[in-house]
Every structure is written in structure tokens, then in C-alpha cells.
Write a protein that binds this ligand. Structure first.
Ligand code: SF4
Length: 200
């Protein structure tokens, strides 16, 4: 059976095992471990970043360290908490050497895992953190500036684009824009929940 079809039929446990063993792109050769994702597997919110950095590679969890603390603060600002109705994942599950941007072939090889996570989770709203996530999820090379502030669709699900926390650490001036994006995301979620309340 082709790889895509096999992965598309996996449950959470099978998917985690497949990621752990994956050698589908060259990023596998330098990793300490894969970084699958973290959080509530039935979350309404799915935040997607670029790929693991050094600390994430060492700990096996996305968004730890300084950028992770900023993401946690961003979540708290809109009443969210890591692990509670929030899931966090990345475009690639192995660390690109030197924290470089993942190559299209690497992102392409890993995409099937993220798509399966999304299909199993069925979140209400996706948040693309940064250019790599936005470009891969929307198949667009447009800038973050031109993509933010609008509701997009990815695989039939609503998607909002904002800045990556690591970028915000270096560009404090854009924090206000990220705050606008988060407010937009919170309003969008309220609307989505009003349109389709959770089943009892
Ligand atoms: Fe496999 Fe993704 Fe790691 Fe590449 S980045 S080896 S596709 S898990």
C-alpha cells in the first residue's frame, strides 16, 4: 500500500509510532528524536509552527524555550492554556540542522503526518505561526503581512495566519499585530462555536 494511504488510515497510536520510526526525508539523520506534537487530541484549536529547534529536539516537545514561553503567553492572552483545548504541532517533526527553514521536499514528506493529525483531531480552527507554516498549509508564497487579518481555508477548515513567536522575539514592534491576530482568532472561534455548538 502506498505510504500516503497507509498513514491516512492510522489511529493516534499508529501515527505516533510511524513518526517515531520515520526516515522519509533526510532530516531523520540528525535528529535526537522526533517531535510529534503536544496537547489535547480533541482540541478546537490547533497551532502549527515550523519545526523543532534545539530544545524541542532535546525534549521531544514543540515550542519549549523562549519562543515556547511567548507562545504560552499568547495563548494565555486569549484565555487558552497549552494542553487544554489546544494542540501544538509543526510542519516538520524532525529538527532541520542549524534551525534552517525546512526544504520543500522535507515539508512535503512530513505533510501527510500533519494532515492525519488534523483529520483525527478535527479542530475548529487552525492557526499558522509564521511563514513556513502559512506557505505550506496554504500553498502560497505570500508574505505574512498580506495573509494575516483574513480567514483562509485549509482542507476545508478555517485558518488564521500570524507571526511565529521566535520572529516576535526579534521584532517586538510586530507584537501588537500578533495581538490583533489573536483577538481576530478568538472572535472567529466564538463565531464558529455559535454556528456549530459542541455535541453533548
Ligand atoms: Fe519523517 Fe517528517 Fe522526520 Fe522527515 S521530518 S524524517 S518526513 S518525521
Amino acid at each position: 500500500m502506498p505510504r500516503e494511504a497507509r498513514i491516512a488510515g492510522m489511529d493516534w497510536a499508529q501515527l505516533k509510532a510511524a513518526v517515531r520510526e520515520c526516515t522519509a526525508c533526510r532530516l531523520h539523520s540528525a535528529r535526537t528524536q522526533t517531535v510529534f506534537g503536544v496537547g489535547d487530541e480533541a482540541a478546537d484549536w490547533l497551532f502549527i509552527g515550523e519545526g523543532p529547534g534545539a530544545e524541542e529536539d532535546a525534549r521531544g516537545e514543540p515550542f519549549v524555550g523562549q519562543a515556547g514561553r511567548l507562545l504560552d503567553n499568547m495563548l494565555a492572552a486569549i484565555g487558552l492554556k497549552r494542553g487544554q483545548d489546544v494542540y501544538i504541532a509543526n510542519i516538520v517533526k524532525c529538527r532541520p540542522p542549524g534551525n534552517r527553514v525546512p526544504e520543500p521536499s522535507e515539508a512535503g514528506a512530513c505533510d501527510v503526518f500533519l494532515r492525519r493529525q488534523i483529520a483525527l483531531m478535527r479542530p475548529r480552527l487552525l492557526i499558522a505561526l509564521g511563514k513556513t507554516a502559512a506557505s505550506n498549509l496554504l500553498s502560497s508564497d505570500a508574505s505574512i503581512g498580506s495573509l494575516r487579518g483574513r480567514l483562509h481555508k485549509c482542507g476545508g477548515l478555517p485558518l488564521i495566519v500570524t507571526y511565529h513567536p521566535a520572529y516576535l522575539l526579534r521584532n517586538l514592534i510586530d507584537k501588537a499585530k500578533a495581538w490583533e491576530d489573536l483577538c481576530f482568532a478568538r472572535e472567529t472561534m466564538e463565531r464558529l462555536k455559535a454556528q456549530a455548538p459542541a455535541q453533548p
